[in-house]
Design a protein around this ligand. Sequence first.
Ligand code: DGL
Length: 286
Amino acid sequence: MSLNTDTRPVGIFDSGLGGLCAVREALKILPNEDIVYFGDSGRVPYGSRSYETIQKYSRQDMNFLISKNVKMVLIACGTVASVAIDYLKEIFPDIPIIGVVESACEKAIKTADASKNKNIGVIATEATISRGAYKKYIGESDETCKVYGKACPLFVPLVEYGHVDNGNTSNMITKLTAEYYLSELRDLNLSSLILACTHYPLIKHTIDSVINKDKIVKTELIDAGLEAAHRLKNALTEENLLNSANRKGRLEVYISDEVFNFSHIASNFLGCDINFEVTKIEIEKY
Ligand code: DGL
C-alpha cells in the first residue's frame, strides 16, 4: 500500500523567537516535514496586550502562513493559544489549527490521576493566566482537579536577555525571580506545573530547583510546546497529511523585525546554530 504524501509545509508561529523551542521538538519527531516559522519579533510581547490586539496580530500571523500554503498550523505561542484560538478557528475554518493548551492539560490530568494529587499549577504570561484557558479545559475534563495559575511576566525578558540555565546551573537573577514567583506554588504540593509559555523551557532547571526544593514527592514540569509538537505529529498522521518523502525537511524562518543578537537568542531556543537564511516581512500587510 502506498502512503499518501502531502508535501506542503507545516506552519508554526509565535509572538517572537520563543516558538523555536516547539520547532526544535517538531524537527526531532517530524524530520521529513518542511516547516515555515513566523516569529513576530517586531511586535513581541503579546502577553501584556489586550485580547483585541492579540486577535488582530494572530490573524495577520495566520494570513502570512496561509500565504505560504501551509497544511496545518501549530500556535506555539501560549498567549495566542489561550486567548485567540477559538477566534482563529472560526475565521480560518479550512485549516487545521493546533494550540499548546489541550495537550499540556491532558498530560497534567494524567499525572494528577497517576499520583492521586489533583493540584495542578500553570505559569505563563499575564494574558494567558487572566484568560483562564487551562483552568477551563482541565475543569471541563476533570472537575476534581484544582488549577492554580500564576503570571510570571519577568521570565520572558530575562530569557530574551540571555539569563537562562547553563546546563544544571541557574542564572542568579532568574533564580531570585523564580523564588519570588514560585514559592507560593511550591507550598501547594502540585502534582504537575505546566510551563505554558514559549520561553520557560530555557529556565526549566531553575523552575525545577525552586518548585522541587526539599521535596520528596516531586512536581512534574510539563513543557507545553513539547507536548504540542507531539500533538501536531498525531494530527498530521490522523488526517493523512504527513510528508512521506524520503528527504530531510527544510526550515524557513520569517520575522517581522530585526532582532539584536538574533543568532544567539534564536540558537538558544532552537538548540542549534542558525545556519539558514532568515527573512524579514511586513506583517501589517497581511
Ligand atoms: N510567546 C509568548 C507566550 O508563549 C511569550 C512572549 C510574549 O509575551 O509574547 O505566551
